[in-house]
Write a protein that binds this ligand. Structure first.
Ligand code: SF4
Ligand code: SF4
Length: 185
């Protein structure tokens, strides 16, 4: 069994937004929605300012409220690889998952009515490829892999670096990890 995670190395992001463009093209994301974002945040007072570019996406949580609150079983956690995915034909568009996600990771696809989000490009991963955002990341700020493999790049990075997750107090147990954070968090 695998467990896929993403590591975001914050100091390597140059804010080029290629990840967002690649994600939209790969996954046919509707114009007004995003499966991943790069947030720009500034801390401090002039002239002592610090800026962080923070990639955000679905955290493929181990304790996912979107799955627990889905009344139809459309949202589920794949036990084979740890990804939180959607059975589109079961989704009734009730938005319970959107309301319960602390990360604003989901949207209703206006063309089809289901609650879509990042899938870690599961269709690509199934063919041995990386998610589109990872493959296109010029700075290699996004690293993807199997945390169950102790020799994978993500395992090595997480062993070697202090790492954080977003909103740990929410208790969702995210699987997107941030290293080399610039702001306090
Ligand atoms: S980030 Fe939101 S949508 Fe993704 S698994 Fe966690 S609760 Fe669900
Ligand atoms: S919108 Fe779809 S996936 Fe979300 S809770 Fe409702 S049925 Fe489940």
């Amino acid at each position: 069994m695998s467990k896929y995670v993403m590591v975001i190395d914050q100091r390597r992001c140059i804010g080029c937004m290629a990840c967002i463009v690649a994600c939209k093209a790969e996954n046919d994301v509707p114009e007004e929605h995003f499966r991943t974002r790069v947030i720009q945040e500034v801390e401090g007072e002039f002239p002592k300012l610090r800026m962080e570019l923070r990639s955000e996406l679905c955290n493929h949580c181990d304790n996912p409220p979107c799955v627990y609150n889905c009344p139809t079983g459309a949202s589920y956690k794949d036990k084979e690889n740890g990804m939180v995915l959607l059975k589109k034909n079961r989704c009734v568009g009730c938005k319970a998952c959107i309301a319960s996600c602390p990360y604003d990771a989901r949207y209703i696809d206006p063309r089809h009515g289901y609650a879509d989000k990042c899938t870690f490009c599961s269709h690509r991963v199934a063919k041995g490829k990386e998610p589109a955002c990872v493959q296109t990341c010029i700075g290699r700020s996004r690293i993807f892999g199997d945390i169950e493999d102790p020799e994978s790049e993500v395992s090595l990075l997480l062993r070697e670096h202090h790492h954080e997750v977003l909103k740990p107090a929410a208790g969702t147990e995210p699987n997107v990890y941030y290293i080399n954070r610039i702001l306090k968090g």
